[in-house]
Write a protein that binds this ligand. Structure first.
Ligand SMILES: [Zn+2]
Length: 158
């Protein structure tokens, strides 16, 4: 299915954007810091700019708006990811709160979102992002329940 517009988010995950105290140590070297987190997430992250945009997006029909979330996604046991995790500090380890989206991605009843898991700094390397953007975000997706609809299984749908 094609839509006239798409909203693509990248790394809107707790380990990168969660509000921190002004003088708190950042959780890793990729966190955006106190001021930017406050600008993005607002005083109350449930009512801040990201939350409001995502609520709006989730109300749009799939026919009107494709929603794609690119997330940094690491397996701490994968030797190929060790250098990245050591360089920047542990972050976005799959299954942790830090890897979760910093907005409510609750099962929006009538909205499909595609998730692209990225293991590195270039979201096109080792991911199906290019294919998803070239042929539409519905291709080769697997659902939140883990059921794989296509061959690669690196895309997920909410
Ligand atoms: Zn990373």
């Amino acid at each position: 299915m094609s839509a006239p517009a798409a909203l693509i988010t990248q790394c809107l995950q707790h380990d990168f954007v969660a509000p921190v105290g002004r003088y708190d140590a950042l959780p890793n070297l990729l966190h955006i810091g106190f001021e930017e987190a406050r600008r993005l997430m607002g005083e109350d992250p449930d009512e801040g700019p990201v939350a409001r945009v995502m609520r709006w997006a989730q109300l749009q029909s799939d026919a009107q708006l494709k929603l794609v979330h690119i997330r940094d996604w690491h397996d701490a046991a994968d030797p190929a990811q060790q250098q990245h995790l050591q360089q920047f500090g542990a972050h976005c380890i799959k299954g942790t709160r830090g890897a979760q989206f910093a907005f409510a991605d609750a099962d929006a009843a009538n909205k499909t979102a595609t998730i692209v898991d990225s293991p590195g700094l270039n979201d096109f390397l080792g991911t199906p992002l290019a294919d998803a953007l070239a042929i539409g975000v519905d291709a080769r997706a697997h659902r939140r329940d883990g059921r794989v609809d296509g061959s690669q299984g690196q895309l997920s749908r909410l």
